[in-house]
Ligand binder design. Structure first.
Ligand code: AHR
Length: 702
């Protein structure tokens, strides 16, 4: 090689090295600059009755349709058990108010809430005859477990029906044998669906001439029972007779042993997330399809005997077993603060109540509800709370007025918000009212008058949209209201989200975290999904794809997004570390057909996302980095102004080989956080980030 050629080769190589050095992504954390305080309530939970989140989910009740009101025409979830073909028996739904029910068959109500019941008529008992409940896609059975069963039962109605003089005489023929035989032992069991295996059973003695009596008993499984969800609950007899049932209930042990409590595995997953608040009761569940279907907080209080349930917003009838007090105690059990959303006179079908005198009853109702939560025991509703078992007022700082009122195209929210806010602030000046319309998200719908303290923004996006908008809060005005990101999610994967969604989530969360002075609270939605698909007797359990935590009757699992939420909440300092990133690698967002039609050009989107927070007390920097690509990416990290840097750091990584990899009920731990150690750290060091990964480094600087 000639000297000239050699010289130019060396120059080219040098230039390439310099260029590649200059292009190495480089992240500088400015510890020498003051960082904003991280909101202490940054990460919380949002919840509502959707996807069988409570009934058939967190709420531990195992009997489906326990007061027989799920369907007016048929006893959904219930079936006749008839072990011997020679028996003659039938079950029938007896609804107090149904016009198609003969007059003499009505009048079986226990009270206003328990007005529908199930009748079992046994005319010939060749063997065991009874009623079976299939549970919420199965009754779960676990070894050495005591289940609390209870139900109301009465024998044949001996009282002649009250008839008007002009009404015809009863059509039901007298059943003397049945009347005489109804009293006696009644067996209660948890058993396999074919009835061949009995996991636990007990007996009650039905007394003679009993008019609705509640019986309670414990059913305990043996230590060697194999866990299963394919079981049913049966109440049976081998005598002829006529039997009426209502409020049939079966509870496994609940979290913190609370009566009427929550499922243990799901509560543990939530507690592990260390949520700082719980936004409830919705979501759409707060509002209801019609104004009369809003969350009926008053009739969710007190004993189950008084809870009729209501229509709900997601196509099935909630029992309201998860009532206002249960929500509050659930928050308490997680060490979280309640964030109460009050119904604001708007319903999902678009009806609204104009501000003014017509809205006053709604405002008063919200004031009463708040009094139940925080009033002292001398107040009417505070005393009711004490009577319900919780004399101590709950902690409450934020009240949200409605939910997603940007759907109200009549623009009535402006007046409604103001009326609620003025009344709430007058009575409870310590409370902050959250507006569900954020001018930042819907500039044309701003609420006028006094600026809201906090506004709620909602974002349901795909991963590209999350990556494209992950830095949107960097540009927000600091003089406006604080932001509550009250619902958000990357919607990819069903029923629970996949790794790509988790990469979208993590990128979005780095943006919220970098701006944790402005974003004071945030919560993912929806939280829960019962993953059952339709069976011949029960519909598909979920209405919304892309959820955080999945379960069936027996077990549960977290999506990759769940684990991202968990590590972001686990590893969080109290100060934002200002940071600059040079040479962030980018990729072009693929164009959709619509983009091409609209003449939109490919847009460069970052492939690395980051945030850093510092714990003042420990000197630990929590550096979060998201690599959305299939290639390992190396970043130069500079810690400007760090007093010292320990050479080793704990590193937690969530990753997998393919973006659509996911966790499932049968493979629940495919993608979970894995902890390793990084070595060779200093004030300047290089760190490689795995393909499709979310990484948290804990860098010790003290
Ligand atoms: O999270 C599911 C639904 O999305 C919520 O009920 C509603 O507020 C939003 O539109």
């Amino acid at each position: 090689m000639k000297a000239r050629n050699f010289f130019s080769l060396v120059i080219t190589l040098l230039l390439l090295i310099i260029k590649s050095f200059a292009q190495t992504p480089s992240l500088t954390l400015h510890l020498d600059k003051p960082g904003a305080a991280v909101s202490p309530m940054l990460y919380g939970l949002m919840t509502e009755e959707i996807n069988h989140s409570y009934d058939g989910g967190l709420y531990a009740e195992l009997i489906r349709n326990r007061i027989f009101k799920d369907n007016k025409y048929t006893p959904e979830g219930w079936s006749l058990v008839q072990d011997d073909a020679g028996s003659k028996a039938a079950i029938k739904l007896i609804a107090a108010s149904e016009e198609n029910i003969p007059r003499d068959e009505r009048g079986q109500a226990i009270n206003g809430a328990l007005s529908t019941c199930l009748r079992l008529t046994v005319e010939k008992a060749g063997g065991r005859v009874g009623i079976a409940n299939e549970g919420y896609w199965g009754i779960p059975v676990k070894p050495s477990t005591t289940y609390k069963a209870s139900f109301y039962i009465k024998g044949t109605d001996r009282k002649p029906p009250l008839l008007w003089p002009w009404e015809p005489k009863p059509t039901t023929p007298p059943l003397p044998d049945i009347e005489n035989n109804t009293p006696g032992p009644i067996t209660v069991s948890i058993e396999s669906n074919d009835g061949k295996t009995v996991y636990a059973s007990g007996t009650i003695n039905l007394e003679k001439n009993i008019y609705w009596k509640k019986y309670e008993l414990d059913l305990t499984t043996a230590a060697n029972v194999q866990p299963t969800k394919d079981a049913r609950f049966v109440i049976s007899t081998n005598r002829i007779g006529q039997y009426y049932f209502n409020l049939v209930s079966l509870f496994p042990p609940a979290y913190n042993n609370r009566p009427n409590g929550n499922r243990v595995d799901l509560m543990q997953m939530l507690v592990d997330m260390k949520p700082k608040f719980l936004r409830f009761p919705g979501g759409n569940f707060l509002e209801g399809p019609l104004l009369t279907d809003a969350f009926p907080w008053k009739t969710t209080l007190g004993s189950l005997e008084n809870r009729a349930g209501h229509r709900g917003s997601w196509g099935y009838r909630p029992t309201d077993g998860m009532g206002l007090l249960e929500f509050l105690e659930w928050a308490e059990d997680m060490g979280a603060e309640p964030l109460l959303a009050v119904h604001a006179g708007y319903s999902l079908d678009g009806d609204h109540v104009d501000a003014g005198p017509l809205l006053k009853p709604y405002v008063d109702d919200a004031l009463n509800e708040i009094e139940y939560v925080i009033g002292d025991t001398k107040t009417y509703w505070g005393a009711k709370r004490a009577e319900d078992g919780h004399p101590e007022p709950f902690k409450l700082k934020y009240v949200e007025i409605g939910n997603e009122d940007w759907f109200d195209r009549s623009n009535s929210y402006d007046g409604r918000f103001r009326q609620f806010r003025e009344a709430i602030e007058a009575k409870y000046p310590q409370l902050k009212c959250i507006s569900t319309i954020a001018a930042t998200q819907y500039p044309s719908m701003k609420v006028t008058g006094k600026e809201p303290d906090v506004v709620d923004e909602h974002y349901y996006r795909d991963s590209w949209e999350m990556w494209e908008n992950a830095s949107q809060y960097d540009k927000y005005d600091r003089n406006g209201p604080k932001i509550f990101v009250g619902e958000w999610a990357t919607r990819e994967g069903a029923p629970t989200t996949n790794l790509n969604a988790a990469l979208g989530d993590a990128a979005w969360m780095t943006g919220m975290e970098r701006n944790a002075d402005l974003i004071i609270m945030s919560c993912y939605a929806p939280l829960f999904v019962n993953i059952n698909t339709a069976t011949p007797t029960a519909p598909k359990a979920w209405q919304w794809d892309s959820d955080l935590i999945g379960y069936n009757a027996l077990s549960s699992y977290g999506s990759p997004s769940y684990y991202v939420q968990k590590i972001f909440s686990d590893y969080l300092g109290n100060k934002v570390v200002p940071a600059t990133f040079e040479n962030i690698p980018v990729q072009n967002r693929p164009l959709t057909k619509k983009d091409s039609a609209d003449g939109i050009k490919p847009k460069a989107v970052p492939t690395i996302f980051y945030s850093a927070t510092l714990s003042d007390s420990t000197g630990i920097i929590y550096l979060k980095v998201v690599n959305t690509t299939g290639k390992k990416q190396t970043v130069k990290i500079n810690l400007e102004g760090a007093p010292k840097v320990l050479p080793e750091a704990t590193v937690v990584v969530i990753k997998s080989d393919k973006p659509d990899d996911t966790n499932t009920i049968s493979n629940p731990k495919k993608i979970i956080p894995v902890t390793t150690t990084a070595k060779g750290l200093g004030k300047n060091f290089k760190q490689s980030f795995e393909p499709y990964s979310v990484t948290v480094m804990q860098i010790q600087t003290k």
